[in-house]
Write a protein that binds this ligand. Structure first.
Ligand SMILES: [Zn+2]
Length: 272
């Protein structure tokens, strides 16, 4: 399995599918695993990796949000204490998400050695700047609605690492499932966090992590530029220059579908 970065306190694994990341934060007395995914051999790789470095560290499993690609590995880490947002726990579409995983596995002839189920959560995050002490570190959380209704931004203040779920990716423009307005507010929150805290590593759910401040700000700008174009095209009934946006990205067929989804959502939101 590809490893983007491997340090004593931080490992970022990358799946062969959708460049989806699995982050592992390692403290002296804790470890936090984020969104383990996708394929059985990849999950096994991560499990074996942790078995080697775990020692007597307390294990936490954190879900940045409930999209099926981010909860697909849950069953392999059932003994971990889990963390997610209140909206994740209240998600009315739990059955649908579990079904997406089953359909994915079925259509690719994938067997897993664990049961597919929606995660049960031990530590629930329900506000902004919520603090959770995990081992010797202080974790801070913010709600991050927009991409979907139950995303979180997570800052490990000891490792100066910010995990942003499916925001600020360098391989995809904003995928907006909930609200353009909320998405923009989440971008503002990320900007505030980057300005107010020492963020050494920014890790997105798809694509490359970055430790470069200029790159972090560039990704913010790219997201905002895309949303401005989206709003302008919907409000003023202009043609969206998709080709131009795709000069920055690589997967025009699937991304056109997500873009069309964004247009539909923006139209509905702006016209109501
Ligand atoms: Zn995702």
């Amino acid at each position: 399995m590809k490893i983007q970065i491997e340090k004593s306190n931080l490992v970022v694994f990358e799946s062969a599918l959708f460049k989806t990341t699995t982050t592992l934060l390692i403290g002296n007395d804790y470890l936090v695993l984020f969104d383990p995914n996708w394929l059985p051999l990849e999950i096994e790789f991560i499990t074996n990796y942790i078995a080697k470095i775990k020692k007597d560290r307390k294990e936490y499993l954190l879900f940045t949000h409930s999209d099926y690609d981010h909860i697909i590995g849950y069953g392999a880490f059932k003994e971990y204490e889990t963390i997610a947002s209140q909206n994740f726990v209240n998600n009315p579409k739990q059955n649908k998400i579990v079904n997406q995983i089953n359909v994915f596995d079925d259509s690719h002839y994938i067997n897993r050695n664990y049961k597919i189920e929606y995660p049960l959560i031990n530590h629930i995050i329900d506000c902004d700047e919520q603090v959770l002490r995990l081992g010797e570190s202080k974790f801070l959380f913010w709600q991050a609605v927009g991409h979907n209704p139950d995303s979180l931004l997570i800052l490990d203040t000891m490792n100066n690492t910010l995990v942003v779920g499916d925001y600020l990716s360098n391989v995809e423009f904003p995928y907006i499932y909930t609200s353009v307005k909320e998405y923009k507010l989440t971008l503002d929150k990320i900007e505030n966090i980057i300005s107010n805290y020492n963020v050494e590593y920014l890790i997105s759910g798809h694509g490359d992590f970055t430790s470069d401040r200029i790159e972090m700000l560039k990704r913010l700008k790219d997201s905002r530029d895309y949303i401005n174009l989206l709003e302008d095209s919907v409000i003023n009934n202009k043609t969206f220059n998709f080709k131009k946006v795709m000069e920055r990205y690589h997967f025009p067929i699937i991304m056109k579908e997500f873009h069309d989804g964004n247009i539909r959502l923006a139209k509905k939101e702006i016209n109501t």
